[in-house]
Design a protein around this ligand. Structure first.
Ligand code: AMP
Ligand code: MN
Ligand code: MN
Ligand code: MN
Length: 296
């Protein structure tokens, strides 16, 4: 029988999604099953500021016939904005990374109380308790959990409407927060043997100068990748960030950013391939991929 080998650029890799360990609604096991059913061959679970689901995710990936890369998505403050840095292929038992993430998560409880206080002033009562009902990990209460509660009580039709009317700058429930620094996030990931990747760059409201500064400083600190094809980008943004990847000499990543069957419009694995002429991050991370056992 001829052996078919998928060229690296055509591999169905999904290297960005969330479980109940952060603000997704599915368990790592249910995500792995869904990813595999959708044809994903290489998978990474990238919970916000958390690596508590990594061992489960790897076992579930292998049980479903997928190769696995460890993952996380670190919240960073850069130029007074929140930026997300994905880490891939690190050692999930690295102490410095675990401590850095614990520190990054640390302020979420007090922030959530303040979000709730602001919502109270806007006439929405007991939002903290409401949001908690959706929280799978007590250390990881996020705006997404508030958004689900606001939909449940009928304050908004869906979570997109919540983020237009609440929880974002200029609206009730927006609490500015100091996350990790860019240099720390990249450093923790690298020291743990992984690769740092700028998540969904088109989502940030940066001027051209600020964006240039982000990419330059990220590079300077040892960042190596950028998400080009993501559920958070439009097709024309794939082209924009393919050009940025080439300009800055960064490898390209691909990931759905799937959170929930009810909320996410891009399903696991349901993305176009990377544009031609880019180096996929998984080509550089070959030695960090935890491979499923070869079929007998
Ligand atoms: P936090 O880390 O608590 O600031 O929450 C950030 C999370 O909120 C993101 O990871 C998304 O899951 C969600 N989010 C932010 N903006 C939007 C939006 N416009 N629509 C839907 N979800 C959003
Ligand atoms: Mn999220
Ligand atoms: Mn993100
Ligand atoms: Mn994400």
């Amino acid at each position: 029988m001829p052996i078919s080998i998928t060229p690296p650029s055509q591999l169905n890799a999904d290297l960005h999604c969330h479980s109940v360990v952060s603000d997704g609604t599915l368990t790592p096991e249910a995500l792995a099953q869904r990813a595999s059913a959708n044809g994903v061959q290489l998978w990474a679970l990238t919970d916000h500021d958390e690596i508590g689901g990594q061992h489960r995710a790897r076992a579930a990936a292998h049980a479903n016939g997928m190769d696995y890369l460890t993952g996380t998505e670190i919240s960073v403050t850069f130029a007074d904005n929140t930026v997300h840095i994905v880490g891939l292929g690190f050692d999930p038992d690295d102490e410095q990374l675990a401590q850095g993430l614990a520190l990054t998560r640390g302020g979420r409880g007090a922030r959530a109380r303040e979000i709730s206080r602001q919502l109270e002033e806007a006439g929405i009562h007991d939002a903290y308790e409401g949001a908690l009902k959706y929280v799978g990990n007590p250390e990881l209460i996020s705006r997404t959990h508030f958004a689900r509660h606001l939909v449940e009580i009928g304050a908004c039709r869906d979570t997109s409407e919540v983020f237009r009317r609440f929880l974002t700058e200029g609206h009730p429930g927006f609490v500015p927060h100091q996350w990790a620094s860019l240099s720390s996030a990249v450093h923790w990931i690298r020291e743990a043997g992984g690769m740092a990747v700028i998540a969904h760059p088109a989502r940030y409201r940066f001027t051209a100068n600020e964006e240039f500064a982000l990419f330059s400083e990220f590079r300077k600190h040892g960042g190596e990748g950028v998400e080009v094809v993501t559920g958070s980008h439009t097709p024309s943004e794939y082209g924009t960030y393919a050009d940025m990847a080439r300009e800055f000499g960064l490898a390209a990543s691909r990931g759905s950013d799937f959170h929930s069957p009810q909320e996410s419009h891009t399903d696991l694995g349901a993305l176009p391939p990377l544009p031609q002429g880019l180096t996929p991050v998984w080509e550089l991370l070959g030695h960090r991929i935890q491979r499923r056992a070869a079929a007998a």
